[in-house]
Design a protein around this ligand. Structure first.
Ligand SMILES: C[S@@+](CC[C@H](N)C(=O)[O-])C[C@H]1O[C@@H](n2cnc3c(N)ncnc32)[C@H](O)[C@@H]1O
Ligand SMILES: Nc1nc2[nH]cc(C(=O)O)c2c(=O)[nH]1
Ligand code: SF4
Ligand SMILES: [Mg+2]
Length: 222
């Protein structure tokens, strides 16, 4: 049976995005090709990070034991995993109720997922803004591969980030729900709200990372 190398698997409420507040099984993969200045999971990207191996049976057991409907594949960067399509297909075949969210950083070509049946799979794709220092690695053509079911997440750390996000929304985004998410403790959420109001960004949704409000912000596995 195929084994997958991960850094953590846990059940929590999704603290972000379209299914925020809903129970989700998280599978966090190691390694990342970016180094965002604000990354709250840099530990997962260390070369010598402690990893474990899981199989689809382990995932099936969690789903049956906890009545799981939502699974979030995250990291690190999940699309760096060579066999990410296999994981997705195996999970989808467990039952017809599960939906999968893929948290990806915007720098990996989404054509990697083009063979996947996206009916029960949605993408939460970051567009990295100047604060991250990774904007130059964004794949703009990825916007053409998103559907209305997907999410584009802008993690906001400054006023300049907001201006850039507005520009990207106006010039590139065709489909997908747009979320603004403050860099934790870096910018006042109310400042983002003021910007949204001033610039009439009525199609954008502000999110806060709920798990950092419920638990210690540095806690793993939540
Ligand atoms: C740890 S990343 C893993 C998935 C993928 N590498 C990515 O960046 O989208 C999960 C999400 O957390 C966000 N994130 C990381 N550090 C953050 C921070 N300090 N404040 C707010 N969001 C953060 C990322 O931008 C991303 O949307
Ligand atoms: N509770 C909780 N929700 C999350 N949603 C996306 C996360 C991520 O790290 O990708 C995450 C996370 O790390 N914890
Ligand atoms: S892309 Fe995601 S995992 Fe990688 S450094 Fe940025 S926030 Fe962290
Ligand atoms: Mg997280």
């Amino acid at each position: 049976m195929k084994q997958y190398k991960i850094v953590e698997k846990f059940i929590s409420i999704n603290g972000e995005g379209q299914r925020a507040g809903e129970i989700s099984l998280f599978i966090r993969f190691p390694s990342c090709n970016l180094k965002c200045t604000y990354c709250d999971t840099m530990w997962a990207n260390e070369k010598n990070v402690n990893t474990i191996y899981i199989t689809i049976e382990d995932i099936k057991n969690d789903i049956n034991m906890y009545n799981i409907k939502n699974i979030t594949l995250t990291g690190g960067e999940p699309l760096l995993q060579d066999d990410i399509s296999v994981v997705i297909q195996e999970i989808l075949s467990i039952n017809n109720k599960i939906n999968i969210e893929i948290e990806t950083n915007g720098s990996i070509d989404l054509s990697k997922l083009e063979k996947i049946n996206r009916e029960r799979v949605y993408i939460t794709m970051d567009y990295k803004l100047p604060t991250s220092k990774m904007e130059g690695l964004m794949k703009i053509e990825n916007f053409d591969k998103l559907t209305h079911k997907d999410t584009i997440k802008f993690v906001i750390g400054s006023n300049y980030d907001l201006i850039r996000a507005k520009n990207i929304i106006k010039n590139y985004i065709k489909e997908g729900k747009v979320y603004f998410s403050p860099v934790f403790k870096e910018i006042e959420p109310k400042y983002i709200v003021e910007f949204m109001k001033e610039h009439k960004l009525t199609d954008v949704r502000l999110q806060l990372q709920m798990h950092k409000i419920i638990w210690n912000p540095d806690e793993r596995g939540v």
